[in-house]
Ligand binder design. Sequence first.
Ligand SMILES: [Fe+2]
Ligand SMILES: [Fe+2]
Length: 303
Amino acid sequence: MEEFEAFLNDGGIVEAPDDMPDEYRDAVFTFIEMHANSELMGGLTERDWIPKTPGLRHKMSVVAKTQDEIGHGHLLYMVAADMGVKTRTEMLEDLFDGKSRFHNVFHYQAKTWGDQVAIAFLVDAAALASQQAVFKNCSYGPYRRILKRIISEEGFHMRLGEDRMMRIANGSQVQRDLFQDAINRWFWPSLQLFGPDSKPNDKLLRWHIKSERNEVLRDAWVQKFVPLLQSYGFTIPAPDMKFDETTNRWDVGPIDWEPLKATLAQGGPDSARRISEALSNWQQTAWVREALDAPAPEIAAMT
Ligand SMILES: [Fe+2]
Ligand SMILES: [Fe+2]
């Protein structure tokens, strides 16, 4: 392990067929698996909104975003499967059995169009910041290369979120109220996407998977989004929030981590429905996988 860590500290990049300590393999695999699960669950949320999205312009962007997120899931499951810990099918079965994790924000329900705007504006920006921090210095080569592609598409999602936000902010009072209501429900889950403060000896930092501590990324998000939302006349649902004149920084006050813990144990407000919907989507699309796997004569017979 000492030798391996020296290799990583020298900027060494690990490839799938390389020898690596089991601890490193397991930690990196679990991290990528959670990312893959989150892309899939995010894509399914987006898909739910295709029929409900107002207007053709927004609808086209939701269709494109759904394709992007499901595509990110595919790429990441492929990278994770190449690590030889679990197959893609085993990862999906674990997801449907509630045995593996996905990000906290996908344990909540997007109830209104305002929620969809808040997700694209606040959540996609938080996810992009986390992914950029991994891409910056990631020691696992296949993940780093796939992240380059994912990040470029997530950049579009962030711009889409800004566009949606500006449209709703410049809309009618009904639209502004809808968005304020969404901010009230999504501000804290979005902030908690970064996770609690990193432990002093976080293995993912030591092994150059993450390049930045959770609290640093979280604070950068706060410093960007609090003044931005306020500049459009919206309020932040943080009663103890303060502005420190000496440092010029916002402090959102104490963070209640209980909702995050609940989502990690699959006990979030919408976890059960989300997981069962993902499973039924998988079952309903079984015929596509069977058709693709079928030998050529059977495909001919089906058509
Ligand atoms: Fe994505
Ligand atoms: Fe995204």
